[in-house]
Every structure is written in C-alpha cells, then in structure tokens.
Design a protein around this ligand. Structure first.
Ligand SMILES: [Zn+2]
Length: 324
C-alpha cells in the first residue's frame, strides 16, 4: 500500500516538505527535537500544541494532522496561531507498536523511579522541555490537543480526557471545541496524572485534553471521513476562524476512582477487550488485588481503559460517573 506522501512524511517525523513554505511566509520555524516542529510569530497570538503518535499504533491522528498541515502549508499565511506539532513515539510508530519499553503517556512526570532508564523516558524529557519552552513564550491563549485513537470499542467512540488544573472558563471553551470536533463524551479527571496533556495543563497552564478519535486501523487504512468534524475544527483553530454557533455539548463524566494494579495477584472483572464506558451497577465487582476488593460505590459507574495487563504500579482502569 502506498501512503500519501504527506502522511508518510509525518509518520517518519519528516517536516522537510512543509517547513520551507512557512519560512517563506515569514514565520520563525524550528525543530528543537526530532519530531517536534514549532512555527511561531507574534507571541500574543494563541499558542496551539497538536500531538500525535504518543502511542505508536494509533495512526488515524497522524493521517488527520498530515492532511491538515499539508493544506495549511499551501496557504501558510492562513496560520493564525503559534503552532507546535509533536510526533510522539517515533520509534514505536516505525514498528507499528504502541510503545517500545513503556507507555510514553505514563512518563510525563519528574519522578519515574525504576522507569527512568526505559526508551521512552528520554523522549518524555525532550517533549517536556520543548513544550515548556514553547508555552513559556506564549502570551495568548494556550491549547494542547493530544490526539489518540482507542485500541478497543467504546460506547462513545469519540471522547476526551480533560486533566486537572484547568480553570472553569477555558475548560468550558475546551468542552465546546471538543463538541464541535465530534467528541461525544468528556471525562474530567480531578487527580494528578502522568499523561502529556496532564503535564501541559498542570505545569504549563495550558487548556489541554487527550482526545480519543475512534478505533485504530493500520496507517493508510483509517476512514478519515469519520474524523471530518475533528479535522474541520482543528483547521478552524489553526486559522483562528470563529466556530459554528450551534451549541453542541458532549456528555460530561467525572473520574471517581483510579484502579491501580499493586501486585501480580491483581485480577479484574473485565479485560482489555471490554468496551470503554461499560456500565456497572452498585456493588458490582471491579477488581481484586490480594485481599483488596474493589466494588462499584455509586448507583452506576462506567469503566474506561480497563487493562489488567499493565505494569505493577500503573493504572489498570478508571471508574467514571455521569455529571452533566
Ligand atoms: Zn493512545
């Protein structure tokens, strides 16, 4: 199968096809690390970070962003924000794997303990340094959308995780933007996390989300028509075009508990094939971990990202409840 050149280039973290066009249009363009592109001008403009491929097997966002950048590079004067693009786990993308050693999206933190020597730790450091430098210069609004595709089915195929640390007004603007992007549900996580979006929100004051655009296909096989609303919304964001005025409100959920795997005795009542947002009634068994038993504590809780196969100490799932 032959990939469109723009998609093949972005999947290889190769920006050489688009950089000259933005340079010629008068932007300051830099590549502070492999797979990191910054195209900036007036610092008072909004600053937007779009990241893809943080999980190497999630290819639809790479295709979506490649087409978006390709179109923008043909009319570079349309770029109305300071833009940072990140192609996350380049080595994993090359191998069509989720990660090499460890899930990169668990490493955006200072203290990594035993994981400080894994392949992805150095990459997380690079991305934290580059995004910190990018947003430190920012004098306008700050956005970060970390684009993913889920590896499983979901009762809401498109949803987003909104990390803690974003104040009300920008968070509401973010939820509205996500609604226009075709996102059916948002999950508010009130506790600290080690994801890329949690890092930019908590440490850099960015209005951030991890956006799940649907199920994974092989690179080139993704039905990009399914992502038309997301593509149109991102195109508008980069051009600073006004959004449609029709109100679209995703359902809102809140995390009520993170299930952490503490030992090899950990057993879960469901597995990595369980669809996201599967509902469980009060008192239903969630997991056991030795003598520890986790049961549903609300009238209804829904499970997101259940995965009993994670490393010890990692999150094996989230329990969420509807709040809006
Ligand atoms: Zn992902």
């Amino acid at each position: 199968m032959t990939l469109p050149p723009a998609v093949a280039a972005l999947a290889a973290a190769d920006f050489s096809g688009i950089v000259p066009r933005f340079v010629a249009a008068g932007f300051a363009v830099s590549e502070p690390a492999a797979g990191v592109l910054q195209i900036v001008s007036d610092p008072s403009r909004a600053s937007v970070l779009l990241s893809v491929g943080v999980h190497g097997d999630e290819t639809a966002p790479i295709e979506l962003l490649a087409h978006l950048l390709d179109a923008l590079a043909r009319e570079p004067q349309q770029l109305a924000v300071n833009l940072m693009v990140v192609v996350g786990n380049i080595a994993a993308i090359r191998q069509a794997r989720r990660f090499i050693d460890v899930d990169l999206n668990r490493l955006f933190c200072r203290e990594r303990g035993l994981l400080s020597a894994v392949a992805e730790a150095a990459r997380a450091d690079e991305l934290m340094v580059a995004s910190s430098a990018f947003f430190t210069r920012a004098a306008g609004a700050r956005w970060h959308l970390d684009l993913h595709t889920a590896i499983r089915g979901s009762l809401y195929p498109t949803f987003a995780m909104i990390p803690e640390g974003i104040v009300d007004a920008p968070r509401q603007a973010l939820i509205t933007l996500l609604g226009h992007a075709g996102i059916a549900a948002v999950i508010l996580n009130r506790s600290a996390a080690s994801t890329f979006s949690a890092y930019t929100a908590a440490q850099l004051g960015v209005t951030s989300a991890t956006v799940e655009l649907g199920q994974v296909s092989a690179l080139g096989d993704n039905d990009t028509g399914r992502f038309a609303a997301a593509a149109a919304t991102l195109a508008r964001l980069l051009r600073d075009d006004s959004a449609p005025t029709d109100p679209v409100a995703p359902l809102v959920f809140e995390v009520v508990r993170e299930i952490i795997k503490h030992s090899e005795a950990f057993r879960m009542a469901f597995d990595a094939t369980t669809p996201n947002f599967t509902a469980l009634p009060r008192d239903a068994l969630i997991a056991t971990d030795g003598t520890q038993v986790y049961r549903v504590e609300h009238d209804e809780e829904r499970v997101v990202f259940p995965n009993p196969a994670v490393r010890i100490g990692f999150r094996a799932g989230l329990m969420v409840v509807r709040s809006g």
